[in-house]
Design a protein around this ligand. Structure first.
Ligand SMILES: *[C@@H]1O[C@H](CO)[C@@H](O)[C@H](O)[C@H]1NC(C)=O
Ligand SMILES: *[C@@H]1O[C@H](CO)[C@@H](O)[C@H](O)[C@H]1NC(C)=O
Length: 344
């Protein structure tokens, strides 16, 4: 069959099957587009709207169960709610494990005899604002920058707004042999820290983020950093805590930690449209981590232990850009690659 013919056929078929959207549905779609600054071509628009409305209906059904006390978390459409699962995986994630990642050493930290029952680095005033990676698999750069910004604020009191674009463009295919970063095709947190350690710091103002809309990396525009605050002095740690209590102890003593987690797959999508409450479901059994985020705190809500993570999907995601996920059961495979942090 000629591709052109099949294309027309599919378009006609989906046109026939699509339920006509009522005014309320159209208004919902318009307000979603306005909120996230979406612009689609005339070609794309109908399919995007249909996908968003289907997603909204799933979210409404989930929230009815949440209201009835049958789910531990609510949902709301994220900026990715009109994407296909494949598009989502390509453009909103960005963690790629290094080839020798199974060699991660066990943490040598002694277990803290008593860690607080709850803790949150936001209460210490060291977390910098939540930003968005947009449509680029650059979570590795965002998680690394967010954790380093918090570390520097904690240790020096100074606020930095680091350039993620610098990492996306300039660490491209560098560091750690095959374990390099791949622009918008994902990366590995150790390589991000290696990069800062070699180059120094470049600010967002010097090198603003553009890959969120261009969806690709560009040439390295600032080869040498003026700010040498961390150059040659970062001790990079990637260790595997023996359990999630030890993970909590590391969080309290080492500062916000970069972690890798399984954030949805093409069959089940819940995490990307997280709202309030504690994310707790077997949504990604047998799924390897595909997303890097920053672990910032932990606690217990209505009898459920949770972690707090800082994501890079904008302030609209979950609650102000921060989400809660269940703690103590390897939720989202978040213990698989251990934790990353730096010391000086
Ligand atoms: C992986 O290999 C790189 C390059 O040989 C090395 O620098 C790094 O420490 C290794 N990572 C682990 C976790 O062993
Ligand atoms: C965790 O990820 C690995 C791949 O990195 C996978 O083999 C394993 O099944 C996952 N575990 C769970 C509990 O999903």
């Amino acid at each position: 069959m000629k591709p052109f013919t099949s294309c027309v056929f599919v378009a006609l078929l989906s046109g026939v099957l699509a339920t006509p959207a009522g005014p309320a549905a159209v208004a919902k779609w318009e307000s979603f587009k306005a909120k996230h600054g979406k612009q689609h071509s005339v070609h794309e628009e109908p399919a995007r709207m249909q996908r968003f409305l289907e997603r909204s209906a799933e979210i409404d059904a989930h929230n009815a169960r949440y209201e009835a006390g049958l789910e531990s978390f609510s949902m709301k459409p994220s900026q990715y709610a009109d994407l296909t699962p494949e598009e989502f995986a390509r453009s909103a994630l960005g963690f790629v494990a290094a080839v020798n990642a199974s060699d991660i050493p066990l943490s040598e930290e002694p277990m803290m005899p008593s860690i607080p029952s709850k803790f949150d680095w936001r209460d210490q005033g060291i977390m910098t604002p939540v930003v968005s990676q947009g449509y680029c698999g650059s979570c590795y750069a965002f998680a690394g920058a967010a954790a380093l910004e918090a570390y520097l604020k904690w240790k020096t009191g100074q606020t930095h707004d680091l350039s993620e674009q610098d990492v996306v463009d300039c660490s491209y295919k560098k560091f750690l042999g095959n374990n390099h970063n791949g622009g918008c095709q994902g990366g590995w947190p150790t390589a991000v820290y290696e990069y800062y350690n070699q180059k120094g710091l470049v600010s967002e103002r010097e090198y603003p983020y553009t890959s969120g809309s261009t969806k690709t990396h560009g040439p390295c525009r600032i080869p040498n950093a003026k700010n040498d605050r961390v150059r040659g002095s970062l001790k990079i740690k990637n260790v595997k805590p023996k359990n999630e209590n030890e993970m909590a102890a590391l969080l309290v003593s080492k500062g916000p930690l970069v972690i890798a987690m399984a954030a949805d797959n093409e069959y089940k999508r819940y995490f990307n449209d997280l709202g309030d409450g504690v994310f707790d479901m077997d949504h990604a059994i047998n799924l390897g981590p595909n997303h890097a985020v920053v672990l910032v705190g932990y606690g217990n809500q209505k009898g459920k232990d949770y972690w707090v993570i800082k994501n890079s999907w904008g302030k609209e995601w979950a609650v102000g850009g921060y989400g809660k996920i269940a703690r103590g059961k390897n939720m989202c495979n978040l213990t698989k690659f251990g934790v990353w942090y730096v010391e000086q």
